[in-house]
Design a binder for this molecule. Structure first.
Ligand code: HEM
Length: 299
């Protein structure tokens, strides 16, 4: 049986290249911050710089954890599910670093930290998201899967969608001047949620056909453009239609979030086309069940 802390080994206690690659990706933002240490220390607000980095990578890893289910199905690469928990726990560690850095920025005055969380709505929302992420991280062990039972464990872990929504709201609210990155992140989240709804609606384990993935991509990209236009229209008191008209003004310095969502969706469509050629028959992977360290499914 694998030692629970030897996360680089798979359930059969073999060295896992996929797990090692995942660990390297999770560590990369920290290593990058260490490489940039000199620039960070000499910047105007070093702690603020680190708060932003930690917050950014929390949301990125949260979204990557959510991307595992669509990607493992579309890429016909079921092993991906083996690293989903690891990515989720990685997101939690960055969230903890994020709030610890915030506390450092408040000179460790816990009364001030608490009052900021209570009176600033974007911090309240971030804090609720952090509490949710903590509950998921604490219950991520094999022991907790056994104790809760698979059904209850899976139900609890559905909370990740609400947590991701709260995290995105927090991201939007603290970034009032330029919401293009949060809009892109929200577009990707919308794609992943819609993909899950599509699979549920079709009531079959077969993969949705490529044309459906393309239709999904076009719809979500159009919605991203629309929501961005409405948001900018309200914020800057201009007509959303005028904002929409600028969708085809291409500027390489600032590619609009709708196009980025479209490009990402097209990459997934292409992946589906390629995999459909090599992986036959066109059946989806079995529904996920949390696996215990023994390699057996939890139930
Ligand atoms: C799961 C929970 C959380 C997530 C995913 C998250 C994510 C983020 C993100 C993405 C940013 C913007 C980073 C960027 O500019 O690129 C951010 C900024 C920030 N977050 Fe969080 N956050 C969370 C919880 C919290 C908590 C609990 C606090 C403090 C109580 C907090 C305080 C802040 C602060 C102070 C900023 C910078 C705001 C500014 O400079 O105006 N966050 N967070």
């Amino acid at each position: 049986m694998r030692h629970p802390f030897k996360v680089w080994r798979d359930t059969a206690d073999r060295l896992s290249p996929l797990r090692i690659l995942t660990l390297a990706c999770l560590a990369a933002p920290t290593i990058k911050a260490l490489i940039d240490a000199d620039d960070i220390i000499h910047s105007a607000r070093p702690v603020d710089n680190l708060i932003h980095r930690a917050g950014f990578w929390t949301i990125i890893f949260l979204l990557v954890a959510l991307a595992v289910t669509p990607l493992r199905r579309i890429a016909r690469f079921n092993q991906l599910v083996d690293v989903r928990r690891m990515i989720g726990v990685g997101a939690f560690f960055y969230a903890v670093a994020h709030i610890l850095l915030f506390t450092t920025d408040q000179m460790f005055d816990l009364t001030k930290v608490a009052s900021e969380i209570i009176f600033r709505i974007y911090l309240t929302i971030g804090f609720v998201a952090l509490l949710g992420l903590t509950a998921l991280a604490v219950t991520s062990t094999d022991g907790m899967v056994r104790r809760l039972g698979v059904k209850r464990w899976q139900l609890l872990h559905q909370a990740v969608y609400v947590i991701a929504c709260l995290a995105l709201i927090h991201f939007f609210q603290q970034n009032k001047s330029d919401v293009s990155v949060p809009t892109f992140a929200a577009g990707l989240f919308g794609w992943m949620i819609s993909y899950r709804l599509l699979v549920k609606w079709r009531k079959t384990r077969d993969e949705p056909p490529t044309w459906m993935l393309l239709a999904l991509t076009v719809t979500i990209s159009a919605l991203t453009f629309l929501c961005e236009a409405i948001g900018l229209g309200i914020a800057f008191r201009v007509s959303p239609l005028r904002v929409l008209q600028t969708a085809f003004d291409f500027d390489l310095d600032m590619i609009r979030p709708g196009w980025l969502v479209f490009g990402s969706g097209l990459c997934v469509v292409m992946l589906d086309l390629v995999r459909a050629r090599f992986a036959k028959p066109r059946r989806a992977a079995r529904p996920t069940q949390p696996k215990l360290a023994t390699g057996k499914p939890a139930a």
